[in-house]
Design a protein around this ligand. Structure first.
Ligand code: IDP
Ligand code: MG
Length: 139
């Protein structure tokens, strides 16, 4: 059983797509075990995206992800990380499959509607940034 951190990013929040994103993930067979809405500050955003700190798009990315409230969710399931990345689609919406979240809703490579962890170890670290153990449920 794997867990993955999902973020519903500002572009999706602003367009009223939060429910749609959650519904697509649930329909994809992963189970919602943690959920909250929050507005990231700059320090939290830099920590979440620390791996990209040397990329040219880093400061824009931090500005974007702190530009509006987001939803953070933990989903659980067999191969949850891979299953969710498939439902999300490629990073660049222009290259993402039709029927994927980013393919259908992403605006551009930055404003691509959703985040999902890429590896078991990153998922563990990312979940810890957003959730305490008591905020993740077994049911
Ligand atoms: P991922 O979200 O598919 O794992 P990453 O390469 O980890 O993609 O990038 C993290 C986030 O940074 C992306 O989801 C996107 O919002 C943004 N991003 C990635 N590449 C670019 C780029 O070339 N220009 C602007 N923003 C980018
Ligand atoms: Mg990534």
């Amino acid at each position: 059983m794997e867990r993955s951190l999902v973020l519903i990013k500002p572009d999706a929040m602003k367009r009223g797509l939060a429910g749609t994103v959650i519904a697509r993930l649930e329909k994809g067979g992963v189970k919602l075990v943690g959920l909250k809405m929050l507005h990231l500050d700059e320090a939290q955003a830099k920590q979440h995206y620390a791996i990209h700190q040397d990329k040219p798009f880093f400061s824009d990315l931090v500005r974007y992800i702190t530009s509006a409230p987001i939803i953070a969710a933990v989903f659980e399931g067999e191969n949850a990380i891979e299953v969710i990345r498939k439902i999300m689609g490629a990073t660049d919406p222009a290259k993402a499959e039709t029927g994927s979240i980013r393919g259908d809703f992403g605006l551009d490579i930055e404003r691509n509607s959703v985040h999902g962890s890429d590896l078991v170890e990153t998922a563990r670290e990312e979940i810890k940034l957003f959730f305490s153990e008591e905020e993740i449920f077994s049911y």
